[in-house]
Design a protein around this ligand. Structure first.
Ligand code: CP
Length: 294
């Protein structure tokens, strides 16, 4: 592995190896054991062209846990604002000898483009509607912790599947393990021919929530295209929001829009794994650095 551009660039052995490393990091953390400082003397450059709370902080803590230093480029205050191209920006940053670029961008394919213009490894921290590989890896890690297996899992993904990089990465990853994936949402939010990716479309919210191990909710992306696909947020809540969870465990990549895709009361339900996902994200991202840089 030179880069982490998407789940579609990985194979099953890569994934199992990353998740086993993440498990070892989590066990060491819980025992308060020292980590081997594999990033000592190394610099991670984080370039986020889009807002982030979880992913950016999590990659930063992961790098620091491993002894690395992290530079966050403020894209609004960088010379990109003076007309410098991204290629030139990266060529200049490269001369400061970072070990890795962590990049988030609203355009699908941006990390791939970057990787073709630099010799430094690139980690995709979310690109447009394409992929969010570290999110899907931490989601599978969280499911593995609960179910003690990575295969034979029944997952429903509910919401704006069309515009969701989290959904795409999860579908690629879950299908790699031949897991049973069902999607549900307004027709305008389900991509045409999504069945070709090996998933089923539920006919109702009830079907999407019946006999499932995990229900993953997707945010209505107020800053992107979701809003034009539904009449109103209150209509969405009425017909598509999760209001009870049954026996399934609840996943959500965050940020959550309370009382839009999920009823407020479910956030602290005993089956909610939403904050567990955030906790696991640090260990999974440590494992990603490990596999790219050790
Ligand atoms: N899950 C996720 O990508 O969250 P952030 O946008 O806060 O990084």
């Amino acid at each position: 592995m030179k880069n982490l551009l998407g789940i579609s660039f990985l194979n099953k052995e890569d994934v199992i190896s990353i998740l086993q490393t993440a498990k070892a990091y989590k066990e060491a953390f819980c025992k308060k054991a020292e980590f081997e400082k594999i990033l000592r003397g190394k610099t991670v450059i984080s370039i986020f062209f889009e807002a982030s709370t979880r992913t950016r902080t999590s990659f930063e803590i992961a790098a620091k846990n491993l002894g690395g230093q992290v530079i966050n480029i403020d894209t609004k205050m960088s010379s990109l604002k003076k007309g410098e191209t991204v290629k030139d920006t990266v060529r200049n940053l490269e001369q400061m000898h970072p070990a890795v670029f962590v990049v988030r961008h609203p355009d699908s394919g941006f990390p791939l483009f970057l990787s073709r213009n630099t010799s430094i490894p690139v980690i995709n921290a979310g690109d447009g509607t394409f992929e969010h590989p570290s999110q899907a890896l931490l989601d599978l890690f969280t499911m593995w912790e609960i179910e003690k297996k990575m295969e034979g899992i029944k997952l429903s993904i509910i919401g704006d599947v069309l515009n969701s990089r989290v959904a795409r990465s999860n579908i690629f990853l879950q299908r790699m393990f031949k897991n049973d994936v069902m999607v549900f949402g307004p027709q305008t939010m389900i991509p045409p021919q999504i069945e070709k990716l090996g998933v089923r479309i539920a006919k109702s919210l009830k079907e999407a929530c019946t006999d499932r191990d995990f229900i993953m909710l997707l945010r209505i992306q107020l800053e992107r295209k979701s809003r034009s696909s539904i009449p109103s947020l209150s209509e969405y809540y009425k017909y598509f929001a999760l209001k009870e969870v049954g026996n399934a465990y609840l996943l959500h990549p965050g940020p959550v829009n309370r009382n839009v895709e999920i009823d407020d009361s479910l956030l602290c339900h005993p089956h909610s794994l939403i904050l567990k996902q955030v906790e696991n994200g640090v260990f999974v991202r440590m494992a990603i650095f490990h596999h790219l840089l050790k």
